[in-house]
Design a protein around this ligand. Structure first.
Ligand SMILES: Cc1cc2nc3c(=O)[nH]c(=O)nc-3n(C[C@H](O)[C@H](O)[C@H](O)COP(=O)(O)OP(=O)(O)OC[C@H]3O[C@@H](n4cnc5c(N)ncnc54)[C@H](O)[C@@H]3O)c2cc1C
Length: 345
């Protein structure tokens, strides 16, 4: 028994150093846990390639009521989460424009917005005419049918976020080990959090965990000297039936993303067709992007659960799992960190 008045620091091992593992590690360290993160490296990290949108209203899809509720809860936790990191440059946009190319695209967007408003009556989404949208973002094409402004729904620079999380965690005493873990029993600690994204079900001790990999191509474009500036807001478009987004960065934009079933856990080579579609659609949506430099073509795999909801739960009295965040892992990071902190308590 510890002496009276003595503080006992309990040890937590986190398997996975993506956005979920890092957010949970920081939350646990802030609550007095002694934390070590074991991570296999950035190569298989979806958070490294992601767009960084903090999607809530713009992600709402009819039928996904529970996911929308979780996203709304996470959205309300973002201001404190960012304040904890102390790097204002992590946030790259405050609002999103939801843009439709045609009347058919607009009808789909209307359905989406009706669904969101029915679930979240206080949702800050307002209809915008094509002219209003072009006034807000002058680099948008004239050929749009209309859309909505989602106020307060912005984006972060995902790579800057990962760096800021790691720095904050290191300052809070978190240790980092580069290693691929095959069994939670391999790592020390009173508690183990397995937050290894798509790699989570391969870690023995986690048990049966059905997951799907949803692959997506994504591009990074850099502004050149004579090019138009990047948009100030996230532009999320329905472009002739295809989803498309342009997310600002300090030096350019991220253009994404395709979405289809990965054929295996290492299926990360970008397909020519997906890249061609993104380039063509982005060039139509914002013609000024055609003079940007194409500096990165990548593909990642979204770690998705069977029902599309994040899996954050206790497996046994030592192991907790946090994975299955699919297309929303960045947006859902603060919610997940709070939930894991609750499970640890
Ligand atoms: C193209 C694309 C665009 C996206 N855009 C967005 C977006 O705009 N907004 C948003 O919210 N989300 C977006 N996402 C989804 C988001 O990236 C994921 O949901 C999120 O990264 C999941 O976080 P994670 O920490 O669970 O997994 P990851 O980010 O994949 O990290 C998992 C980590 O675990 C490590 N690991 C794996 N197995 C082991 C092991 N056995 N031992 C040790 N370490 C291991 C890996 O090396 C990796 O570092 C996008 C995803 C893709 C692919």
């Amino acid at each position: 028994m510890p002496a009276k008045g003595c503080i006992v620091r309990r040890d937590l091992s986190v398997v996975g150093g993506g956005v979920i593992g890092l957010s949970c590690a920081l939350a646990a360290a802030d609550r007095g846990w002694s934390v070590t993160v074991f991570d296999a490296g950035a190569q298989r990290r979806a958070a490294h390639v992601a767009g960084g949108m903090l999607g809530c209203f713009g992600e709402g899809r009819p039928g996904e009521d529970a996911l929308l509720a979780v996203a709304a809860e996470s959205a309300s936790a973002w201001p404190d989460f960012l304040a904890r990191l102390g790097d204002p440059a992590v946030r790259v946009a405050d609002d999103s424009l939801l843009v439709a190319a045609s009347s058919a695209d607009l009808a789909e967007l209307d359905d989406q917005v009706s669904f969101v408003r029915a679930q979240l009556p206080d949702a800050t989404i307002t209809a915008e005419s094509a002219a209003e949208m072009r006034r807000a973002e002058v680099t948008l094409t004239r050929n749009i049918a209309g859309g909505y402004l989602a106020s307060g729904e912005g984006a972060v620079d995902n790579r800057r976020l990962l760096d800021a999380l790691r720095s904050a965690a290191e300052e809070a005493g978190v240790r980092f080990v580069t290693a691929e873990i095959t069994d939670a029993a391999e790592v020390p600690g009173d508690q183990v959090l397995v937050a290894a994204g798509l790699g989570t079900p391969q870690v023995t001790s986690v048990g049966e965990l059905p997951m799907r990999g949803e692959k997506g191509e994504i591009l990074r474009l850099r502004r050149t000297r004579w090019a138009v500036p990047p948009p100030a807001r996230v532009i999320r478009a329905r472009w002739h039936g295809r989803p498309l987004y342009v997310v600002p960065r300090a030096d350019g934009v991220v253009v994404g993303a395709t979405q289809y079933e990965a054929v295996g856990p290492d299926d990360r080579a970008p397909q020519a067709g997906g890249v061609a579609d993104l380039l063509a659609d982005a060039g139509e949506l914002m013609p000024g992007l055609r003079t940007y430099e194409l500096v990165e073509v990548a593909a990642g795999i979204r770690p998705s659960s069977a029902d599309g909801l994040p899996v954050v739960r206790r497996i046994d009295d030592r192991v907790i799992v946090a994975t299955g965040h699919g297309r929303n892992g960045i947006a859902l990071a603060p919610w997940t960190a709070n939930r894991v902190a609750g499970l640890l308590t």
